[in-house]
Write a protein that binds this ligand. Sequence first.
Ligand code: ATP
Length: 239
Amino acid sequence: MVKFINVSKRYPNGVLALTNINLTIEKGEFVFLVGSSGAGKSTIVKLLLKEIDPTEGEIIVGEYKLTQLPKREIPYYRRKIGIVFQDFRLLPNKTVYENVEFAMQITGAPAKIIRRQVPYVLSLVGLAHKAKCYPHELSGGEQQRVALARAIVNKPSLLVADEPTGNLDPDTSWEIMKLLEDINKRGTTVLVATHAKEIVDSMRKRVVAIDCGRIVKDQPKGVYSYESSDNQVLLQRRV
Ligand SMILES: Nc1ncnc2c1ncn2[C@@H]1O[C@H](COP(=O)(O)OP(=O)(O)OP(=O)(O)O)[C@@H](O)[C@H]1O
């Protein structure tokens, strides 16, 4: 599903954000990407969205070789993956229903399918009753649930979430992570970049840890912290 092969990224200002990343995520997996601030998580997400290109190496997502993807095909590629950000990024002048509907309309989906699919995904995230509300009338957790509904409405095979609980309190964070788990159980591959240590520790999913742009741990049913060669190091130490 996702393959990073010997990927390095140096930003134009000279910062080496990633060094020789090799990572394979199989179809249907749920993966937490953890690491302290500046470790390189968002750089991995931006590479996946093809917002930036690697300096070296190759990235493959499904049938797409991102490094060889022509510019004109990028919008079509992005519509095939679901994405959720820390700051929700909803359209403020559209209702909950319209935010989700719009994501389908831009793919050219038929109106009949849209009328069926939008209420369905809103009910999946528990927000059918808020369909007519505007984003400013919702709590942060509700706004993130709308963002999740929008991310999955086109049935992406990959969902990428960059700090999806960064603006939420612990209980709401749990709700969002459980929804991501539900979405994964329905067959979507899920990659979550996060600092939410307690949730990562108790969900026991695959954990890929990066530190200073390198993968330092890749553990099935893992936890947030990792063992360095000499002692126990907690990744959140520099957060
Ligand atoms: N556009 C940019 N130009 C130059 N350097 C950048 C740019 N974006 C990120 N960096 C640098 O690349 C490194 C990795 O940053 P990245 O944003 O990927 O970290 P992160 O793990 O997502 O951090 P956080 O948890 O704080 O979001 C850092 O040293 C950062 O300063």
